[in-house]
Design a protein around this ligand. Structure first.
Ligand code: AMP
Length: 282
């Protein structure tokens, strides 16, 4: 496994790979790997000749009062895990090589970025789109793999790639969960034991929504109320950022559950802001 930190070296390497006809897959990450990250690498290993993993805690997607400084990091462990998954190249750029002095070019998908997480994190998707666009144009991968845990990110990146005619296939992979249903996340490391046990109910609540829909409740306002009540009871240390029922790809609110609807939630538990979602069938 090669570990590359120079942008120009990474670009040369990836250009050679693409020119030699290799199928390459890129997995963009911010590190502190868990099984969610590893599942994306595994998919890439099975579906590409060369697996590229980027590891960069991207400052431009954090707001001024967010957790950039304390975002968990363990680079040696990450490298060992990536090696075990058969990753070919880990790209760990320096911040000042990505955002050079005077950097002033941003990629924005303003429509889709205003819904859901965009409301409480107004600069988030501009930061995400800019770094993902940079990584895609540096790595020139045939495929780029994203987790459905960050559903909105996958939707926004898919739109960006379409709008910019970037020659890459965006692949979304299912959310990997702990045994009790909590979506794996690097930020779960912030939870105390008590918060951790409550956090499992975030997913349990989403499963309840599917049950309520199956039992005949189709109005999203009623479903939202029931889910908020469920969280008030089972996640008492939680503070709900949002609960939304939206079209899965347009992210616009829906009043009724028709064929398929995305239920997306963000909940602050202790000092962690946790997100989760579920596609509910009508
Ligand atoms: P991050 O390091 O949090 O930026 O995540 C890097 C990639 O891993 C993103 O595409 C995430 O959506 C994906 N990811 C994070 N958590 C999970 C999970 N629990 N299951 C599947 N993919 C995940």
């Amino acid at each position: 496994m090669q570990v590359v930190s120079s942008v120009s070296e990474f670009q040369r390497l990836c250009l050679d790979l693409r020119c030699s006809g290799q199928i390459t897959a890129l997995v963009p990450t911010m590190g502190y790997f868990h099984d969610g990250h590893l599942s994306l690498m595994r998919w890439a290993r099975e579906n590409a000749d060369t697996v590229l993993v980027s590891l960069f805690v991207n400052p431009s997607q954090f707001g001024p009062n967010e957790d950039l400084d304390r975002y968990p990091r363990d680079i040696e462990r990450d490298k060992a895990l990536a090696r075990e998954e058969g990753v070919d190249v880990v790209f760990m750029p320096r911040e000042d090589d990505i955002y050079r002095p005077g950097h002033d070019t941003w990629v924005d998908v303003p429509g889709l970025s205003t819904f859901l997480c965009g409301q409480s994190r107004p600069h988030f998707f501009r930061g995400v789109c800019t770094i993902v666009c940079k990584l895609l144009t540096m790595a020139l991968p045939c495929k780029a793999v994203f987790g459905q845990k960050d559903w909105q990110q996958m939707v926004v990146v898919t739109r960006m790639v379409g709008d910019l005619n970037l020659p890459v296939e965006i692949v979304g992979r299912p959310t990997v969960r702990e045994d009790d249903g909590l979506a794996m996340s690097s930020r779960n490391a912030y939870l105390t034991e008590r918060e951790r046990s409550q956090a499992a109910h975030i997913h349990a609540g989403l499963q309840k929504v599917q049950e309520w829909v199956q039992a005949g409740e189709k109005q999203t306002s009623s479903l939202k109320k029931r889910l908020m009540d469920y969280y008030a009871q089972h996640v008492p240390s939680g503070r709900i950022d949002y609960v939304h029922f939206v079209h899965p790809w347009e992210l616009t609110p829906r009043e009724h559950v028709e064929k398929e609807i995305l239920v997306a939630v963000a909940v602050h538990v202790g000092s962690a802001r946790l997100i989760d979602n579920m596609l509910v069938q009508g």
